[in-house]
Design a protein around this ligand. Structure first.
Ligand code: ZN
Length: 262
């Protein structure tokens, strides 16, 4: 097999097209909106950390899809069967996706046991080849949660597989232009925000979408997701000059810039 590096799979010529499609608004107001795919271990991660970004992209005339590796069913509160809670999570995600104008895909791996192997990487590869995103956003690797760490590795391998022309699948190869990592309270180890997206136009709608999940208001556990992520978008906005913003971390392979003038 051609052992191209992840940086090569994501980068080089693809970076040029990404610059026209994916630059922050302050750098490129007139950039055309491309397609973003978010891949999350659990639906809550997808909506709370990446949902506003996806809604913003859809609202700008682009497209967005959320791929959920599991239903997060093992976060079920006492007295709610795990299977029922999984279906509640699926329903909440479908409602949220409709409200935000994005697509949602479910791969139905068991929560807590998302496998990091060639099979899961190839399934996400097939999703990438099918949806053809310009940009992929997923978990940062610095997480205490094994599903989040596995998701990070699965997506990196999937991006590599998706762009590999000589890897025959049912759909043709597709190169992702850029990969970013989401700002998640559970993935905070060595997370460094370096990209800020203005999500103010969709902020209120995004809050309503998050409210479809019982966990958003702390009904299933101790963590106050609504307070944390609602405030985080204000704090990130303060740092970036927007009213509300989502922060991302750029994949290391994309930090090199190719310029003729500084
Ligand atoms: Zn999670």
């Amino acid at each position: 097999m051609n052992r191209r590096s992840f940086a090569q799979a994501v980068g080089s010529a693809a970076i040029l097209s990404a610059l026209s499609k994916a630059s922050p608004r302050s750098e490129s107001e007139s950039a055309s909106a491309g397609k973003i795919m978010a891949v999350a271990a659990h639906p809550g991660d997808g909506l709370f950390t990446m949902g506003a970004l996806l809604a913003q992209q859809a609202g700008r005339g682009g497209a967005a899809v959320l791929v959920n590796l599991s239903l997060g069913e093992r976060g079920a509160p006492k007295n709610t069967p795990v299977k029922l809670y999984g279906e509640m999570q699926r329903t909440a995600t479908e409602k949220a996706a409709r409200l935000l104008g994005i697509d949602a895909v479910f791969l139905d791996y068991p929560d807590g046991q998302i496998p990091c192997n060639e099979e899961s990487a190839l399934r996400v590869c097939d999703a990438i080849r099918g949806h053809k995103p310009d940009i992929v956003v997923t978990h940062w690797k610095g997480s205490w949660h094994k599903d989040h760490r596995n998701c990070h590795r699965i997506v990196r391998d999937a991006v590599f597989f998706a762009g590999l022309e000589t890897l025959e699948r049912s759909r043709a190869a597709h190169s992702v232009s850029k990969v970013f990592y989401a700002d998640n309270w559970e993935d905070a180890d060595r997370f460094v925000a370096d990209t800020y997206i203005d999500v103010d136009p969709v902020y209120e709608k995004w809050l309503r979408a998050c409210d479809f999940y019982p966990m958003w208001r702390g009904q299933t556990g101790f963590f106050r997701y609504n307070d944390y992520y609602g405030s985080l978008s204000v704090m990130r906005g303060c740092l970036s000059g927007f009213k509300h913003a989502v922060a991302l971390m750029t994949d290391g392979s994309q930090r090199a810039q190719r310029l003729q003038l500084l």
